[in-house]
Design a protein. Structure first.
Length: 179
């Protein structure tokens, strides 16, 4: 029964999102729509934000080849555009940090794997992964959420700012750091 109510709440939230913006959907609206009491909602979720987190936790990250810088960027773009309407709605709401964290996490893990081939010290690997993930992720999300760009257009714009050649230069400079 627990899974059924949780699923019903998530499904109803997504249905309501088709005709309402995130900020106008509240617990009462969901409960009234599916015929449950508010305490049933709160048994499963803390708030609407928690429902959105649960929806994101069910999304499977794209499987990518981390030997290639471009495939990491394309992997994030594929994720964003697979559920474009939902992701843009969340990104342009008070729940935007969910999309930001999800994107950062994907990029950070991917760049960590990608950078392993350079035999960096652990702290250098983490520094570079964190920097590139935050910088590239924020820029991708800015283009995605604030314009009518296609995946290809965003990829092209990001390539002007960061690409494998620039990343290789950063790695080379980090390898020259003593300490």
């Amino acid at each position: 029964m627990k899974k059924t109510i949780e699923q019903s709440i998530k499904i109803k939230f997504l249905e309501l999102l088709k005709t309402n913006d995130i900020e106008s959907i509240d617990v009462k609206m969901i409960c009234d729509s599916i015929g449950i009491k508010r305490q049933s909602f709160y048994y499963h979720y803390k708030n609407i934000y928690d429902v959105i987190c649960a929806i994101f936790s069910e999304v499977e990250l794209p499987s990518i080849e981390v030997d290639d810088y471009d495939s990491i960027i394309i992997g994030l773009l594929d994720f964003l555009y697979t559920n474009e309407e939902f992701n843009k709605e969340v990104l342009n709401s008070s729940a935007k940090d969910i999309v930001q964290e999800y994107s950062f996490s994907f990029l950070y893990r991917s760049f960590n794997k990608y950078l392993e081939k350079f035999s960096l010290r652990v702290d250098s690997l983490k520094d570079i992964s964190r920097f590139i993930s935050k910088a590239v992720g924020e820029q991708i999300l800015f283009y995605f959420g604030h314009g009518d760009y296609t995946k290809d257009e965003i990829f092209q714009k990001i390539s002007y700012l960061m690409n494998s050649d620039l990343l290789n230069l950063i790695v080379k400079n980090y390898k020259n750091i003593k300490n």
